[in-house]
Design a protein around this ligand. Structure first.
Ligand SMILES: [Mg+2]
Length: 480
């Protein structure tokens, strides 16, 4: 018996908190960007264009706005006070910012954020939780430019601007037009994953209950799930047989935090509804309901349910915080980022080596300066060398340090641009973890680029958390 070939790094399941899949009795799935992956550029471009309609009807001159998908990444925050998009470290320190579409200079950044940190509890900040926020961020930046140029026919602050934009996007998302466009041409919008149905079939056969919990409506859910799954299942079987419960229009995050009315879909073809009372019955489709009803209907507690979704707040944060469900974040962009990281391993190793040299040289320089200070002020132990020698040593070590800087700086720049030339990697901010990474480690027990990565893991895997790293783990580094 041979084991399957090793999984490439970008397709692995990463673990913040140890998770034994054998102890999981039910796996809940979000649909959009989780079970059904959209080609982000196509989907977000369509949403962007659709939102221009309501804005144009307000008399806003949005005809020339163009979707630029490379200009933003998930995990940034809107600063509604200043009209900026910012990237922050795990502690909330802003390391990069754009005002509208223009990057802030180093001095502007310092003037704006030296005494401010991003606190997501403060309504000043709006966090970009999901891929759906790419069109929003892109529109916001371009609208800030229009507002600053005095081209909008209303007097608005940046906060009002964001609110109007939110309404336009909601209208676009709710409009059956956008969904109709996608349902009419799914080949253009949906990226199929042939490994997905077998992944779920393995879990189901291993005795796990499978749940679909989506905010999308029944008509759209049915069309998308059927498109993504049915072609890979054996004849006569559809995606419906994979799931023990299907819940549409779930209104997450409210689904996880409160009680909601529930309706049963009595005619799946026509989408007819009837009010229902619990418990939810196997094999049916429901509209609404809530997570507590799911738990009681299945007779399971939070720790026995794993919920997988792409929305850091609506899927993962709330389910973890309110109900202690086990959580997994589906993060497709991590794939290209890990591939880029693997390619840049040489650069990273060189950078680490140069930084180690720099640490040693800086320590020598600091020591020499202290010796000079003591000699000048005539206190402490007498210096071993004469004053001339000391000055020469300081100059030479200083030159060495500057020479190292000139080698480090292009490498650090290349490392900081990984993933996205403007904003850099999703999970890192400079040398630190990003604010996004902090949210992921806090709320997602595991994260991975796509659901089908569980195929190689099997339903029986024991996923172990990596040993956390602390500054004092690396005790060799600071020795002069
Ligand atoms: Mg989703």
């Amino acid at each position: 018996m041979t084991l399957p070939p090793p999984v490439p790094p970008e397709r692995r399941v990463w673990c913040n908190r140890t998770l034994n899949l054998r102890a999981i009795r039910a796996v809940g799935y979000d649909m959009d960007y989780t079970l059904v992956h959209y080609r982000t550029r196509e989907w977000e471009r369509a949403a962007f264009e659709q939102a221009l309609g309501p804005l144009a009807r307000r008399g806003w001159p949005v005809g020339s706005l163009v979707f630029d998908p490379a200009s933003v990444i998930q995990g940034l925050a809107f600063d509604l006070e200043r009209g900026n998009l910012v990237k922050a470290t795990r502690f909330g320190y802003v390391i990069r910012a754009h005002h509208g579409t223009r990057p802030l200079t180093f001095d502007e950044l310092r003037a704006s954020y030296a005494s401010t940190f991003v606190d997501l509890h403060d309504p000043r900040w709006q966090f970009m939780n999901t891929l759906f926020s790419l069109s929003e961020a892109n529109l916001f930046a371009q609208l800030v430019d229009l507002l600053d140029a005095g081209k909008l026919p209303e007097t608005l602050g940046y906060r009002d601007l964001h609110r109007v934009l939110g309404m336009a996007l909601d209208e676009a998302h709710n409009l059956s037009e956008l969904k109709a466009r996608i349902m009419a041409d799914p080949d253009r919008f949906v990226e199929l994953d042939p490994d997905l149905p077998l992944t779920l079939l393995d879990q189901k056969t291993a005795g796990k209950k499978l749940l679909l919990i989506t905010n999308s409506d029944w008509g759209y859910t049915r069309a998308m799930m059927s498109y993504a799954f049915d072609r890979y299942l054996s004849a006569g079987t559809t995606w419906r047989e994979l799931f023990d419960l299907v819940i549409v229009e779930s209104r997450k995050p409210a689904f996880f935090s409160g009680r909601q009315a529930v309706y049963r879909v009595t005619d799946e073809e026509a989408g007819l509804l009837r009010p229902a009372r619990g418990p939810l019955e196997h094999g049916h489709v429901y509209v609404g309901g809530d997570a507590q009803l799911v738990e009681s209907s299945l007779g399971l507690s939070g720790a026995e349910i794993l919920y997988l979704g792409d929305h850091l707040f609506g899927d993962v944060h709330v389910s973890k915080e309110m109900l202690r469900w086990r959580t997994g974040l589906i993060l497709r962009e991590i794939e290209s980022e890990i591939i880029a990281m693997e390619k840049a391993r040489g650069i990273d190793a060189e950078l680490r080596e140069l930084m180690a040299q720099k640490t040693t040289i800086d320590a020598r320089l600091a020591h020499l300066r202290l010796v000079r200070q003591r000699a000048q002020h005539r206190y402490g132990p007498a210096p071993a060398a004469g004053a001339d020698n000391l000055e020469a040593s300081i100059r030479s070590v200083n030159e060495e340090s500057q020479e190292l800087d000139s080698r480090i700086s292009p490498l650090a720049k290349a490392s900081g641009e990984m993933g996205n030339p403007t904003w850099g990697p999703l999970m890192r901010a400079g040398n630190d973890k990003s604010l996004f990474a902090r949210q992921v480690e806090r709320y997602a027990d595991i994260y991975t680029s796509r659901v089908s990565n569980f195929l190689a893991q099997t339903p029986f895997a024991y996923l172990r958390a990596a040993r956390g790293s602390l500054p004092h783990d690396d005790t060799g580094r600071y020795e002069p």
